[in-house]
Ligand binder design. Structure first.
Ligand code: C2E
Ligand code: CA
Ligand code: CA
Ligand code: CA
Length: 275
């Protein structure tokens, strides 16, 4: 009966979709990693285009896997969202990033990404309040980045949450602007503080007339609505120069620095370029 059992098991294993199995392993790994504290917030500077000053850092999650090394969010965030583990991860990022940011000069803000899944959690507001209280960070130094998919789901409750956060002094940014379906209508449904222009438009700035026209339109839209515009993925001086000419407020990208650990924040503040 034992041999039968093993045989059946082996048959089941080989018959199982390899991808489903890899996914199951990753999920177990991910759960253990949360317990083992293998996650870390990295930071990327955001600079004011006109003055060049660092005005904020965006927290970007990294997984320090004991065997596989540093893992980027693209390889674990989707699964963390599907399994709901993103709620714990999101609370971790918020908590640790607020503690880090409280040690920075107080004219340097913190931007944290929020997953749509976190908006389904009734404790979101409470965890933001707890992270601010535990760190002593002023709510006005915290920006939360959301994508328009947040507004797609259950929008009444989501809008209430966003308004509550804003009433606390927290600012709300619309991330990856231009990549969704109907970005313009979202600008009307909520008073965003910032628009982050997706990297895809910036990377084609010098080579595609239409990308240039889109950047021009979005920065002009931001100016008329009183919304800060931040260009993502700025990689060279030519792009920065075009953004400056169009009056884009802020820029972020490898031109200034890749995301780096908290211990490198002082260096990123002091050096205009860092590879
Ligand atoms: P995002 O919020 O759009 O973050 C910007 C991404 O662009 C980051 O990738 C950053 O490293 C990358 N990037 C910045 N400048 C440049 C550049 O000049 N060139 C290029 N090629 N890339 C640049 P990263 O860190 O791999 O994060 C990917 C995505 O994962 C983020 O996109 C965000 O959607 C998600 N993510 C990261 N951390 C968190 C988190 O703590 N919570 C949640 N919910 N999502 C997160
Ligand atoms: Ca972001
Ligand atoms: Ca983005
Ligand atoms: Ca993105």
């Amino acid at each position: 009966a034992k041999a039968d059992g093993r045989g059946t098991y082996r048959f089941f294993e080989t018959g199982m979709d390899a991808r489903a199995q890899a996914r199951r392993l990753l999920e177990m790994d991910l759960r253990a990693a949360v317990q083992r504290d293998e996650f870390e917030a990295y930071y990327q500077p955001i600079r004011d285009v006109a003055s060049g000053r660092v005005v904020a850092f965006e927290a970007l999650l990294r997984w320090n896997h004991p065997q596989r090394g540093l893992i980027a969010p693209i390889d674990f965030i989707p699964l963390a969202e599907e399994t709901g583990l993103i709620v714990q991860l999101g609370e971790f990022v918020l908590r640790s990033a607020c503690i880090d940011a409280a040690t920075w000069p107080d004219d340097v803000d913190l931007a944290v990404n929020l997953s749509p899944v976190q908006f389904k959690n009734p404790n979101l507001i409470a965890s933001v309040i707890a992270a601010l209280a535990a760190s002593g960070l002023d709510a006005r130094r915290l920006e939360l980045e959301i994508t328009e998919s947040v507004l797609l789901q259950n929008s009444e409750a989501t809008l209430t949450t966003l308004h509550e956060l804003r009433a606390m002094g927290v600012r709300i940014s619309l991330d990856d602007f231009g990549t969704g379906y109907s970005s313009l209508s979202y600008l009307r449904s909520f008073p965003f503080d910032k628009i982050k222009i997706d990297r895809s438009f910036v990377s084609e700035l010098a080579t595609r007339e239409d990308s240039m026209a889109i950047i021009r339109a979005v920065t002009s839209l931001g100016r008329s609505l009183g919304i800060v515009t931040t260009a993502e993925g700025v990689e060279n001086d030519a792009q920065l120069e075009l953004l400056r000419r169009e009056g884009c407020t802020q820029a972020q990208g490898y031109l200034f620095s890749k995301p780096r650990p908290a211990s490198d924040v002082a260096v990123m503040l002091n050096r205009p370029r860092l590879l």
